[in-house]
Design a protein around this ligand. Structure first.
Ligand code: GDP
Ligand code: ZN
Length: 483
């Protein structure tokens, strides 16, 4: 299958369709050079360029291959295989972006009998089949194009560049190292040729690997969070300012990533960029609001939104919860008990309406139950006082919580390994085979080797070294044409 695909020459518009400065049309496959010779004529002379200088952008008259009528004045660049993105000979035609120009060019290309329009993601597919990218890099490339926030961009760039691949390759080599020892045991038998304790050493290595993979699996939610956003639920008593906060976050300039109106009934959701981190904010206040705290908080859906969230933000009105201590001059926060019940170690606090109190005292704890340092802020959503500090503080807290370092300009991410269900499935099966290996006694060395071989294969499926065909179609389904 791969070889047939590699023999075909495909073409597509690789920039968004519509009016704009430049459009790029890509042609990839063995006939790319032929297209260059027939369609990219030198700008000044009439003589066709024999062999283009590879990787050099050249100004040309882009013409129809049959009658040499000019389609546009543009630029062309030729990439000689295998040193192109697709690993195939590739031609890029840079033209003015306009509907009629693009249509004329695509129609001219369709007159070559050996050319056909590319399928969605097919250029990337050629790159994969050509061995330039592995599956994790293709996934990274997809995530990079889809990235809406800085953290997503940095992480996807690493993955597209091969960081994830390197980690999986390392994992697989370790299993293979383990396997090699067991196989040596089969070939030579323990004794004169082989040192003692080989099997034990292989078992120790396998145990460590199992531990390592389990750690990655335990961390898998973090990868998903970077891809699809940290879920944050806003809760608190009625009139605390939850809706005001939601609107404030939504209206901050350029902060909205994707509006997701009411994915759950009565819960408003928005994906926001908070300090470069994608955050899916849910306002549980869309729930029926009454003056009865118990009733509002008690509404099942709100509680579910909080329970399904990764983190929650409790909004409390300072005038209601700020109490002065009788014994000392200090003040403290008194949280209604039904709100307290929803507080977890992943709850942050916004004490709102600071404009209505005289001293927005610095709090260290709520009724002694939670340490508020680094996770509570005072602000007034009405006057805007403290709101900027709140957003910055929340961003910093979330980054720390999810192990993402650095300032906005220099985001550094401890890349999670497991970012897709696909990865999880294969890693879980690798664990299963490693466990099976560890359960076998040394006498069963032949079966034991087999289990290790399966474990290595399971990891190989993540990068596509094994079983790449199975995932191709589903993988490229959500690519668009021209990628
Ligand atoms: P929710 O019930 O928690 O969603 O609270 P809302 O956002 O609907 O706000 C309740 C009321 O408090 C509204 O009349 C707001 O205008 C008002 N409010 C919100 N934030 C502040 C604030 O910081 N200071 C003052 N004085 N009023 C506020
Ligand atoms: Zn509200």
């Amino acid at each position: 299958v791969a070889s047939t695909a590699q023999r075909q020459t495909i073409y597509a518009l690789s920039t968004p369709p519509g009016k704009g400065g430049v459009a790029v049309i890509r042609v990839s496959g063995p006939d790319a050079l032929n297209v260059w010779q027939k369609m990219a004529l030198p700008y000044k002379t009439q003589k066709p360029l024999e062999e283009p200088t590879p990787w050099k952008l050249q100004r040309c008259r882009i013409v129809h291959p049959e009658n040499q009528s000019m389609i546009d004045d543009g630029l062309a660049v030729y990439f000689r295989a295998p040193h192109s993105f697709t690993t195939q000979h590739t031609l890029e035609l840079h033209i003015h972006s306009g509907r009629a120009i693009i249509t004329a060019l695509l129609s001219a290309l369709s007159t070559f009998p050996e050319l056909r329009p590319a399928e969605p993601g097919e250029f990337t597919r050629q790159a994969l089949l050509g061995g330039r990218l592995d599956l994790t890099q293709v996934e990274g490339l997809h995530d990079l194009i889809e990235a809406d926030t800085e953290v997503q961009r940095v992480w996807a760039l690493g993955s597209a560049g091969g960081e994830t691949r390197a980690e999986y390759d390392a994992l697989r080599s370790k299993i293979i190292h383990c396997l090699a020892q067991v196989e040596a045991l089969i070939d030579f038998g323990e004794g004169e040729d082989l040192e003692e304790g080989v099997y034990e050493r292989a078992r120790t290595e396998a145990t460590e690997l199992l531990f390592q993979i389990r750690n990655h699996l335990a961390d898998s939610r973090r990868g998903e969070m970077i891809r699809s956003g940290v879920k944050l639920a806003i809760f608190g008593p009625p009139n605390a300012g939850k809706s005001s906060l939601f609107n404030y976050l939504a209206n901050r300039q350029a902060s909205i990533v994707t509006p997701v109106p009411g994915t759950t009934r009565d819960v408003l959701e928005l994906t926001l960029d908070i300090g470069g981190l994608p955050v899916v904010v849910a306002d549980t206040a869309g729930l029926r609001e009454t003056t009865d705290v118990v009733e509002v908080i008690g509404v099942q859906r709100g509680i579910e939104a909080i329970k399904n969230a990764d983190v929650s933000l409790c909004v409390l009105p300072l005038p209601d919860v700020l109490k002065s201590s009788e014994s000392s001059s200090e003040s403290y926060i008194d949280v209604p008990s039904d709100v307290q019940e929803l507080v977890t170690p992943d709850t942050y606090f916004l004490f709102n309406k600071s404009d209505l109190v005289l001293v927005p005292a610095v709090q260290t704890s709520i009724s002694g139950i939670v340490d508020l340092k680094g996770r509570s802020w005072s602000a007034s959503l009405a006057t805007g006082d403290g709101t900027h500090e709140f957003v910055q503080g929340l961003a910093a807290a979330l980054k720390q919580r999810f192990n993402i370092d650095g300032s906005d300009s220099q985001t550094k991410i401890h890349a999670p390994l497991v970012t897709r269900a696909r990865h999880r499935v294969h890693l879980e099966s690798a664990c299963k085979f490693l466990e099976a290996f560890l359960e076998l006694p040394p006498e069963e060395v032949v079966i034991a080797a087999e289990e290790l071989r399966y474990a290595a294969q399971a990891v190989g499926r993540v990068t596509g070294d094994i079983g790449v065909e199975d995932v191709l179609d589903s993988l490229f389904r959500d690519f668009c044409i021209g990628k």
